[in-house]
Design a protein around this ligand. Structure first.
Ligand SMILES: *Cc1c(COP(=O)(O)O)cnc(C)c1O
Length: 485
């Protein structure tokens, strides 16, 4: 039995602790005051746990019936605390979920060209709001107007912070204090914070719901039109589909109606597919179930809004395309300044749009979101088999590693019903529950996010990048080595 007093007496001073090699090594990267504060905190904690009578205080080990302080372990604890204190909160993770546009994990991975553009824009000054030919001030979104005109067929374009901002800005521009007619079947909520009725009231427009949840007819819209009507709005039901006994009014009919009453007609597309089925070849007989921006413009929408980091595959941005007079009014709105896009997102968007323009039939090869979407089961099966072999290799006989058919999702509130066939790597163990494996992977040095089904941890190769395999295998190795913790 070792008394508390004996334990406390073994604790070193902060000064002595700081001279341990584990901590002197750190001094070249971190200021000494930070290390010393961490050391004091770790010592305080240890002292507290001794005084509270804890049976096995951290960093003590039993030798010859006595508890002795392990100074190495204590210094390691301090070093870990220093790392945790100075490391960035936002870190790279491996997305093994198979959800391509995973909003919680940052939505779209940027194309290589977009990453280079971000680095260039971040590393120095740029012509962000400067027209080089005239030597005059200009507008930041002008850089992407031409490609957006070419790709959407619209007269004009404007880019803001995200699609929620695009919708807010358009409503505030086109319908302040007046009524906007929307079908009851289209009052979407996206990701818990974008609710059409709430965005509407924030914009100062007044929601005028028509029809019912499953059926809205042209006559419902027409009957709702009064002197107070400012806008007809159609919202793409991104993250849900109403199936069964349903009816909604196509864009073209709403366009005819709005023109007859001289009203602007806006469509919020959500995801916004920039190129249609002809140029985006889906494998395995799959069909893309999302409207294409150009088709909606051609069908007569006056204003169309969509995200840049969903199926488009670029950075966070909200794109507005449509008739020049409406787009210009939106650009002149005071709110546009508050909702403006930042230069790094704009650089990434500009470079990504450039890929669509330069490679009208091959852009999907260069845009990760689209190459993930169009990966075939055959390709995925080869990758799954490679991952299975590497994992089996490091995990040993306590773990069962297999491959099995499954499904990936587009995510990001697009194509909610589309199941993309994939080949999953499954891992289970007699020594460790699936929950424990999932947790260990999530807490790895490079966190790996997985899903669990039927007591197995599942890895979907569809959302893995080339550089992800090594940290993925490492995370499993560490998880298995610490299986009893
Ligand atoms: C995703 C989505 C939004 C919000 O777009 P953000 O870019 O996330 O702001 C708005 N409307 C619809 C229909 C959407 O799908």
């Amino acid at each position: 039995m070792t008394t508390n007093a004996e334990l406390l007496r073994q604790l070193p001073s902060v000064e002595k602790l700081l001279n341990r090699p584990e901590l002197t090594d750190l001094a070249s990267d971190v200021e000494r005051s930070v290390i010393s504060r961490c050391a004091a905190e770790v010592l305080d904690q240890l002292r507290g746990s001794i005084l509270s009578g804890q049976d096995n205080p951290r960093c003590f080990a039993e030798t010859e019936g006595k508890l002795r302080l392990d100074l190495n372990a204590l210094a390691d604890d301090v070093a870990r605390k220093v790392h945790a204190t100075v490391s960035c909160g936002m870190r790279r993770v491996v997305n093994a979920t198979g959800v391509i546009i995973h909003t919680n994990l940052g939505r779209s991975v940027l194309p290589k060209e977009a990453i280079e553009a971000v680095v260039t824009a971040a590393s120095g000054y740029s012509n962000l709001e400067y027209e080089l030919g005239q030597g005059m001030r200009s507008k930041r979104w002008k850089h992407v107007v031409e490609p957006l005109q070419a790709l959407s067929g619209a007269e004009d374009a404007l880019v803001v912070n995200n699609n929620a901002a695009a919708v807010l800005l358009c409503l505030n521009t086109l319908a302040p204090g007046r009524e906007v007619i929307v079908s009851r079947g289209e009052l979407v909520e996206i990701g818990g914070s974008f609710r059409m009725p709430d965005v509407m009231s924030a914009s100062g427009a007044v929601l005028r719901e028509v029809g019912s949840t499953n059926k809205t007819k042209l006559a419902d819209y027409e009957r709702a039109i009064t002197d107070d009507t400012a806008l007809i709005l159609k919202v793409h039901t991104s993250n849900y589909r109403i199936v069964g006994f349903t009816e909604d009014v196509p864009v073209q009919q709403l366009s005819v109606l709005s023109k007859r009453y001289n009203l602007p007609f806006m469509v919020d597309l959500g995801s916004g597919l920039l190129a249609g089925e002809q140029s985006l070849a889906m494998p395995d007989g799959l069909r893309i179930d999302e409207p294409v921006v150009r088709d909606v413009v051609t069908a007569g929408a006056d204003v169309v809004t969509f995200s840049a980091d969903k199926l488009l595959g670029a950075s966070q941005a909200g794109i507005i395309v449509g008739r020049s007079d409406y787009v210009e009014r939106a650009a002149a709105n005071q709110l546009a300044r508050a909702l403006r896009i930042d230069k790094l997102s704009l650089a990434a968007l500009d470079a990504t749009l450039g890929l669509y323009v330069r490679w009208p039939t091959r852009f999907a090869e260069f845009i990760p979101t689209l190459s993930m979407l169009t990966a075939s089961v055959n390709e995925l099966s080869v990758r799954a088999e490679e991952i299975r072999a590497s994992l089996q290799n490091v995990l040993g006989s306590d773990f069962e590693v297999g491959v099995e058919p499954g499904y990936s999702k587009a995510g990001g509130g697009s194509m909610p019903l589309l199941e993309l066939p994939t080949v999953l790597v499954s891992v289970s163990s007699s020594k460790m529950s699936a929950d424990a494996i999932e947790r260990a992977l999530r807490l790895a040095e490079v966190p790996v996010i997985t899903r669990i089904a039927e007591q197995k941890v599942l890895i979907d190769p569809r959302t893995l990048l080339e550089d992800d395999i090594e940290p993925l295998v490492d995370a499993f190795r560490v998880a298995a080595a610490n299986e009893d913790r």
